[in-house]
Design a protein around this ligand. Structure first.
Ligand SMILES: [Zn+2]
Length: 83
């Protein structure tokens, strides 16, 4: 299973077959800011969010396009620098 992470705020994936917990621990040990996130939304989804004025945060919560959810996760549009 592919694991999705934000590495210093940039969406990245950890390939299937790699121990995600170990990989994340190694990155954190090197001083990187790492957090697990939902898979990166597709362009169509992002466009829809821009038009609809709603969005999801990186952990899947519903947020305003420029918002942050109650868990402190930013909206995908913010993370991706689209707004
Ligand atoms: Zn949340």
């Amino acid at each position: 299973m592919t694991t999705h992470i934000l590495l210093n705020g940039k969406p990245r994936t950890i390939k299937a077959g790699v121990d995600a917990n170990e990989a994340i621990a190694k990155l954190q040990a090197k001083g990187y800011d790492v957090e697990r996130c939902k898979p990166l939304p597709g362009l169509k989804t992002l466009e829809k969010w821009v038009c609809d004025g709603g969005c999801k945060a990186t952990d899947g919560c519903k947020v305003d396009p420029d918002g942050t959810c109650i868990h402190g996760k930013k909206s995908w549009l913010l993370v991706l620098g689209m707004i």
